[in-house]
Ligand binder design. Structure first.
Ligand code: SME
Length: 157
């Protein structure tokens, strides 16, 4: 079986070839959710966008996500407040965790910035295994999300 590092390396190449030059946020979020889910099989992969003072669900793959999250709530809101990636080895131990699906055991949320360092969205990934995310996941997911800096965020909205 391939190591997760190798899978992420393949994913980076796939993202380069599929999304090179793409500027539309919906196209990016939909395609990246799909590519990550197909490659790594986490049960929920998707985006929440900062809009109207809330986090609103964006393109995702998985079971039904919460539609709207208040800005300071949950793991997603914590990543927004800190402007950094949050790794949660056991969601049951995270105060304020929002359970959209009871199968979630661990979670990682990575902020998505534009080229002016404005926070535009978060990438949220849920696993049905405890302690499924490590600094390796953080490293590669931050690299993937860094490819989203040149998106024209006002398009398609
Ligand atoms: N668990 C997240 C909510 C979103 S779902 O995981 C899809 C949170 O606590 O912010």
């Amino acid at each position: 079986m391939k190591q997760r590092k190798e899978l992420y390396e393949e994913l980076l190449q796939e993202v380069e070839s599929v999304l090179d030059g793409e500027k539309d946020p919906i196209v990016w979020m939909a395609s990246l959710s799909c590519l990550i889910k197909q490659k790594l099989h986490f049960f929920w992969v998707g985006f929440y966008r900062l809009a109207e003072g809330q986090l609103q669900v964006g393109p995702y793959q998985g079971t039904l996500g919460c539609l709207r999250i208040e800005m300071d709530k949950g793991v997603c809101g914590t990543a927004v407040a800190r402007r950094e990636t949050v790794l949660v080895p056991d969601v049951h131990q995270f105060p304020g965790h929002i359970a959209c699906d009871t199968n979630s055991e661990s979670e990682i949320v990575v902020p998505v910035f534009d080229r002016e360092e404005r926070l535009r969205a978060v990438l949220d990934i849920d696993s049905d295994k405890l302690d499924d995310f490590s600094p390796l996941d953080q490293h590669y997911l931050e690299q993937l999300v860094a490819r989203m800096r040149d998106i024209e965020w006002t398009r398609g909205s």
